[in-house]
Design a binder for this molecule. Sequence first.
Ligand SMILES: CC(C)(COP(=O)(O)OP(=O)(O)OC[C@H]1O[C@@H](n2cnc3c(N)ncnc32)[C@H](O)[C@@H]1OP(=O)(O)O)[C@@H](O)C(=O)NCCC(=O)NCCS
Length: 163
Amino acid sequence: MSFEVRELRAGDASRCAELEQVLFPGDNPWPERVFSVEFAHPHTFYLGVFDTETDLMVGYAGLAMLGRPDDPEFEIHTIGVDPAYQRRGIGRHLMDQFTHTADTMGGPMFLEVRTDNAAAIAMYESFGFTTLTTRKNYYQPSGTDAFTMSRQPRTSSPERNGE
Ligand SMILES: CC(C)(COP(=O)(O)OP(=O)(O)OC[C@H]1O[C@@H](n2cnc3c(N)ncnc32)[C@H](O)[C@@H]1OP(=O)(O)O)[C@@H](O)C(=O)NCCC(=O)NCCS
């Protein structure tokens, strides 16, 4: 099985929404129109992983850049992998792209994750994320708590080091 990574466009929003229904059923899954708005936003970057045999999108993830370009912060807005394709390194590959971007730009990363989502937490910890705080009743309508996790960049940009 082989995969291709592409930047997502408006036409991919419906498949993202379809996957969200499966992956986040009790937590207000984003509909197609939310993905369309996210894709169009100038400071967000969405990637999809496609099965090259079927051209079906089997994973997606979105990163937002916040703050000034010379002092950015990054937020992972969402990440998900089709259950039939999980545990094959797709989530890790998407995270690699995003952490590389943040490291290259020298910015910290932030995200929220359900406190009971052991799989995602394990993945984030393996990328150096640590828990900053717990946000009560963050996810609705389930009322599940969230951890806010953060990760410092592995390298700083040369400009910020004065090199
Ligand atoms: C979290 C998620 C994106 C991981 O995607 P994936 O493609 O299955 O992940 P990978 O195969 O790349 O695994 C990456 C790491 O995640 C962790 N992980 C993934 N699934 C796991 C599981 N079932 N149990 C424990 N750890 C798990 C492991 O640390 C793994 O690294 P390893 O394979 O070296 O042990 C996927 O489980 C998913 O879509 N979950 C539902 C949506 C979701 O919870 N998104 C995150 C919202 S904050």
